[in-house]
Design a protein around this ligand. Structure first.
Ligand SMILES: Cc1cc2nc3c(=O)[nH]c(=O)nc-3n(C[C@H](O)[C@H](O)[C@H](O)COP(=O)(O)O)c2cc1C
Length: 348
C-alpha cells in the first residue's frame, strides 16, 4: 500500500472540480516523481510476467490512456506498480480540447463522464516528455505505450495523414503504439471503425509501419483501440480487418455513449464518454466477441470498469490477456493496481 491511504486523500480530491483535481494530482506527480515525495504513492511491482505481441509485460495491469495525455508522469506511474503505462492520446498539433466543464463524476455508480476532446500539447512537447523519463532510461521493466489520434480541425477525410504523422514521431520511442479510433469526443472519429474507413486507415498504417521497421531496425507492435458501442457483426468486421492488416493487438474498450446504467443520476445526461463500473459488462461482452472472432492467440488488452481485483479477473476470463485501468484509479486510488495484478496472478 502507498504511504497515504486513499480514504484520506479522496474526500479532498472529490471536494474539487474533477478536472481541477486531475490537474492538481498530475502536477504533484510530475513534480514529485523521482524524489522522496514519490514514496507517497510508490508500491512494489507485482511480478506476473507474460509475453504478448513479442513484448515482455512484467505484470498484467496497465495504466489506460487519457490520464497522462502529455506524458509528463511516466516515472510516477511506473512507481505505482503498473506493468505497462499508456500515455496520450497525442495529436500532431497542440489543441485545447472542448470548453470546460468537460469532466463529471457520478459517484453513485463509480463512474465518470468526459468530453475533454484530446486536449494536449501536441507531438513535439509529448516526445520531449517521453525522452525525459528516467524509468525508461534506466531500463525499468514497465512497458510504455504511446497512443495517437487526430486533431479536431483535421477533416475526417484527411485523418490518415494525422495518424501517419503521429506514428512517425512516436515510433522510435514506443514499446507499442495505440491507434485510437474510438473516442466519442472528436467529431466523426468513431466512423473510422467502419468497414471501408478502417480498411483504408489500417492499410496505410501497416504500410508505414513496415517502412519505419526497416528505418529503425525494430518492429514496434501496433494496437487498435475500439469502442464498446458495437454490435457483434461490427466487432466481427473489425476483427477481420485487424488480422488482414497484421495489427498486433486490440484494446477493448474506450468509453461508452450509452447512459442506461446511470439514468436519472446527476450529470448522467452530459455529453461525452461514460467510463467506470457501468462500462464493465459492455466491455467484457466486446472482449468475448473479439476472442471468439480472433482465435486464442491474438492479443487483447481489456479495459473498462475495473474497480476491484474480481473485475480485473472477469476481463481475463472474458478473453483479455492483460488489462488497463483508468476510472478505478480515481475511485479506489493506487491500491487498486497491486490488488488487480495480484488477483490476476493468483487466477486458476
Ligand atoms: C477523463 C478520461 C479521459 C480519457 N482520455 C482518453 C484518451 O485520450 N485516449 C484514449 O484512448 N482513451 C481515453 N480514455 C478512455 C480510457 O483509457 C478507458 O478506455 C475508459 O475510460 C474505460 O476504462 P475505465 O472504465 O477503467 O476508465 C479516457 C477516459 C477518461 C475517464
Amino acid at each position: 500500500m502507498s504511504l497515504i491511504p486513499y480514504a484520506l486523500t479522496r474526500p479532498f480530491l472529490f471536494g474539487m472540480d474533477p478536472e481541477a483535481a486531475h490537474d492538481f494530482t498530475m502536477n504533484l506527480m510530475a513534480k514529485g516523481q523521482n524524489t522522496l515525495v514519490q514514496q507517497a504513492w510508490a508500491q512494489p511491482l507485482v511480478k506476473d510476467p507474460i509475453e504478448l505481441a513479442g513484448l515482455k509485460f512484467p505484470n498484467r495491469v496497465g495504466m489506460a490512456a487519457g490520464l497522462d495525455k502529455n506524458a509528463r508522469c511516466i516515472d510516477a506511474l511506473a512507481a505505482m506498480g503498473f506493468g505497462f503505462v499508456e500515455v496520450g492520446t497525442v495529436t500532431p498539433r497542440p489543441q485545447p480540447g472542448n470548453p470546460k466543464p468537460r469532466m463529471f463524476r457520478i459517484p453513485e455508480r463509480n463512474a465518470l463522464i468526459n468530453r475533454l476532446g484530446f486536449n494536449n500539447e501536441g507531438l513535439d512537447a509529448f516526445l520531449s516528455n517521453v525522452k525525459r523519463s528516467r524509468a525508461r532510461a534506466q531500463g525499468a521493466p514497465m512497458l510504455l505505450g504511446l497512443n495517437i489520434g487526430k486533431n479536431a480541425t483535421t477533416p475526417i477525410e484527411d485523418a490518415t495523414s494525422d495518424y501517419l504523422k503521429a506514428l512517425d514521431g512516436v515510433y522510435p520511442h514506443a514499446d507499442y503504439v495505440t491507434v485510437n479510433i474510438s473516442s466519442p469526443n472528436t467529431k466523426n472519429l468513431r466512423a473510422l471503425q467502419s468497414d471501408e474507413a478502417l480498411d483504408a486507415l489500417l492499410g496505410a498504417i501497416a504500410q508505414r509501419r513496415e517502412q519505419l521497421a526497416t528505418q529503425h531496425g525494430r518492429r514496434v507492435p501496433v494496437f487498435v483501440k475500439i469502442a464498446p458501442d458495437l454490435d457483434e457483426e461490427q466487432v466481427g468486421v473489425i476483427a477481420a480487418t485487424l488480422q488482414r492488416h497484421g495489427m498486433d493487438g486490440v484494446i477493448a474498450t474506450n468509453t461508452t455513449i450509452s447512459r442506461e446504467a446511470v439514468k436519472g443520476l446527476q450529470h448522467a445526461e452530459e455529453t461525452g464518454g461514460l467510463s467506470g463500473a457501468p462500462v464493465l459488462e459492455a466491455s467484457n461482452q466486446v472482449i468475448r466477441q473479439l476472442r471468439a472472432a480472433l482465435g486464442s492467440r491474438f492479443p487483447i488488452i481489456g479495459v473498462g470498469g475495473i474497480l476491484s481485483g474480481a473485475d480485473a479477473v472477469s476481463k481475463i476470463r472474458a478473453g483479455a490477456d492483460v488489462v488497463q485501468i483508468y476510472s478505478g484509479l480515481i475511485y479506489r486510488g493506487s491500491a487498486l493496481v497491486p490488488e488487480a495484478a495480484r488477483a490476476i496472478a493468483q487466477m486458476r
